[in-house]
Write a protein that binds this ligand. Structure first.
Ligand code: NCD
Length: 304
């Protein structure tokens, strides 16, 4: 049985299969409207979510299946002290597949060990978020036409941002991708990512503090929110939260065809005046999340 815990659980060709299927769904949205009839998706969310949980639910409903689950730890037996291992053993007999978000790194991996249904990691602490990565890769390939030969800027909280970690892990497998990592010193990518992923694979990257200086070089800019919930103290968060704000003036420095992505939710890091710029694709990106999750559910349930 297959789970999706890390973006690297999918080979490049499996990943391309999912993106192709998502594209097929995008072109004919009703084509698979009954393919998961009788199947159930459980959404086990121990942390807040809007897009990830609801796009998973919409995806399963679009496939003719049904959904059950909880949207916070407080409303589940986690509040009584139940372990993830026990919860998933039980959910395995209620549903056919599950998506789990948890504040602890590794919790979905633990669940996958005890599960008899496919487990999808819908975000584990500051670690990984592989279905956001599928969404991001789909957005890039659909709107940019390629996943190789790109200069990709990541800006904001590169330390705690799990979407950043997962997307870097996925993009290093494509040719000639140069990374420009823009953050304050305190929010640089974790050492394991720098050493074991970028350096070990001889990937070309630079770490900088000034967004304006690098904007003209970028094909893509992946903006991120400073992850308030992962800070140990409020003072540090307040000091760092507005480190970067993308506005119309900064956008005038960027290429005509640079894309701005953001996993959302946005706080202050992109001024709303950027929303009408044709290069701002973050709402489209959120829409695409449904199609890739439909494709992923179909693959993991082996109905495609
Ligand atoms: C992200 C997450 O949960 O990691 N949101 C999402 O799933 N689209 C990004 C974030 O919360 O900043």
């Amino acid at each position: 049985m297959k789970h999706l815990i890390s973006p690297l659980d999918l080979s490049v060709s499996e990943l391309e299969d999912i993106l192709n299927l998502a594209s097929e769904i995008f072109n004919d949205k009703k084509k698979y409207s009954d393919i998961c009839h009788g199947k159930k998706l459980a959404t086990l969310f121990y942390e807040p979510s809007t897009r990830t949980r609801l796009s998973f639910e919409a995806a399963m409903l679009n496939l003719g299946g049904s959904v059950l689950g909880f949207s916070s730890a407080d409303s589940s037996s986690a509040a009584k002290g139940e372990s993830v291992a026990d919860t998933i053993r039980v959910i395995s007999s209620y549903a056919d597949i599950c998506a789990m978000r948890h504040p602890k790194e590794g919790a979905p991996l633990v669940a996958s060990i005890y599960s008899s249904i496919p487990v999808i990691n819908a975000g584990d602490g500051g670690h990984n978020h592989p279905t956001q990565t599928l969404t991001d890769l789909f957005t890039i390939s659909k709107l940019k036409g390629r996943l190789d030969n790109l200069t990709v800027g990541f800006c904001g909280d590169l330390k705690f941002g799990r979407t950043v970690h997962s997307l870097i892990n996925a993009l290093v497998r494509y040719k000639n991708v140069h990374f420009v990592l823009v953050s304050p010193d305190e929010l640089k990518i974790p050492a394991y990512l720098r050493e074991e992923v970028l350096d070990a694979n001889h990937i070309s990257y630079e770490e900088v503090k000034n967004l304006e200086a690098v904007l003209p070089d970028l094909d893509l800019l992946y903006m991120t929110r400073v992850q308030k919930e992962r800070f140990f103290n409020e003072e540090d968060y307040i000091r760092l939260k507005d480190s970067f704000i993308l506005d119309a003036k900064k956008m005038s420095l960027a290429k005509e065809d640079m894309l701005v992505l953001h996993p959302l939710p946005r706080v202050n890091e992109i001024s709303t005046e950027v929303d009408n710029d044709k290069r701002a694709v973050y709402f489209k990106q959120a829409e695409f999340g449904v199609y890739v999750r439909m494709a992923l559910i179909m693959k993991l349930l082996e109905v495609a």
